[in-house]
Design a protein around this ligand. Structure first.
Ligand code: GLN
Length: 207
């Protein structure tokens, strides 16, 4: 049985680093399922969109008939956590998108894909994320997007030393340019699961 303590959450499993997220979420006590079909999406109370390649994920979401269902669930308040390509999928606006690339949207932000250029394809740094964790966290960036502008509806959660924004939230949507699933730091996944539990508790309290 699905309970708020062991919520059923999905990892969008079209492409990307699905397994790492499944491992982290399972370790935190969630009942985790890979999501490839609308029927699988219907069963989950929250979703992680992994890193990978956002233009490919977009095409696959459309060819698997998932795109509109994902949009609807996002609009209806399902908690979603997107890392890297997942953040791009959640952004309302994208710079340097592939031709024809669409996003699911939901976060009132503009992201720039591959924003660090080829000389800095990947790097690691310490980040302070005061609303999520007391301690600074180690963050890994891989061909990462940057949040170029944050609209009125979204909130910045973390920035690099130079002020560039790398983590945001809006309602039940959370997005990070970096990959906590790769470092063993679970604070963002815990933050996401708290949202999932809060929404599940509200739903079960509604007569
Ligand atoms: N550069 C990729 C994209 O545009 C994202 C990279 C990642 O998810 N690690 O989708």
């Amino acid at each position: 049985m699905v309970t708020a303590k062991h919520p059923k959450v999905g990892v969008l499993a079209l492409q990307g680093d699905v397994r790492e997220h499944v491992r982290v979420l399972s370790g935190l006590g969630a009942d985790v399922v890979p999501v490839r079909r609308p029927s699988e999406l219907d069963e989950v109370q929250g979703l992680v969109i992994p890193g990978g390649e956002s233009s490919v994920m977009d095409k696959l979401a459309r060819s698997f008939g998932l795109f509109e269902s994902l949009r609807q669930r996002i609009r209806s308040g399902m908690p979603v956590y997107g890392t890297c390509a997942g953040l791009i999928m959640l952004a309302d606006r994208v710079e340097d998108a592939s031709p024809g690339q669409q996003t699911l949207g939901g976060l009132d932000v503009t992201v720039r894909r591959n924003a660090f250029g080829s000389q800095l394809e990947s790097f690691e740094t310490e980040l302070s994320v005061p609303s999520v964790a007391d301690e600074p966290m180690h963050a890994v960036f891989i061909r990462a997007p940057i949040v170029e502008s944050v609209g009125d509806a979204a909130t910045t959660l973390a920035s690099l030393g130079d002020g560039r924004v790398v983590a945001v939230e809006q309602g039940n949507l959370i997005g990070t340019s970096f990959h906590p699933e790769m470092t063993g730091n679970t604070v963002f996944h815990e933050y996401f699961l708290r949202r999932v539990r809060a929404v599940a508790d509200t739903a079960s309290a509604t007569p």
